[in-house]
Write a protein that binds this ligand. Structure first.
Ligand code: SF4
Length: 168
């Protein structure tokens, strides 16, 4: 069991769609393999993580950074420079790989740790334009996201950072 879970990834920095003029970035890496299986182990190891097993997404706040783990992506906000992003991803990829290698010693946790936020709190993070790019109205999207935060990426105007602040 010596093989590392994450071996290759590409790093991208993007200005958050909902805040085009800010001086920080959303940094993310696209993974060449699926890391779904490690998510319950991260949920067991990361204090305060918020996990949706069915939705295959785990959110975690650590040292003023918000992390989002999806099957083939890890995202971090806020990040100021590519160098900072590279350092953070080096650290988090090492940590994920280390937890994966120790998985036989860890009891995986498949449960959500917190009650979901209320619909109005989510709605207040949205621009309320009802543009329907997500396939819903803003209120319907807030209602759907409350119990299924894998829908997070459907609204390009919702800040992942603000949402992570709400649920962590
Ligand atoms: S994508 Fe959906 S939630 Fe986002 S602003 Fe448009 S209607 Fe509202």
């Amino acid at each position: 069991m010596s093989e590392q879970l994450i071996q290759k990834y590409d790093l991208t920095l993007a200005t958050p769609e909902c805040h085009p003029n800010v001086d920080w970035y959303r940094a993310f890496i696209k993974l060449s393999n699926d890391i779904t299986e490690v998510l319950p182990y991260l949920n067991a190891e990361f204090d305060g993580a918020n996990y949706d097993h069915g939705g295959k997404i785990l959110l975690w706040a650590n040292k003023n950074k918000k992390y989002a783990f999806r099957p083939c992506e890890i995202a971090i906000v806020p990040v100021e420079t590519r160098e900072e992003a590279q350092r953070l991803f080096n650290n988090i990829v090492s940590l994920v790989n280390e937890i994966w290698l120790r998985r036989d010693e860890i009891k995986p946790n498949f449960e959500d740790k917190k009650a979901p936020p209320n619909v109005l709190s989510i709605y207040n993070l949205l621009p309320k334009t009802n543009c329907r790019e997500c396939g819903f109205t803003c209120m319907a999207f807030a209602t759907a996201l409350r119990t299924d935060f894998s829908k997070l990426s459907l609204c390009p105007y919702l800040s992942e950072k603000n949402y992570a602040n709400l649920v962590s």
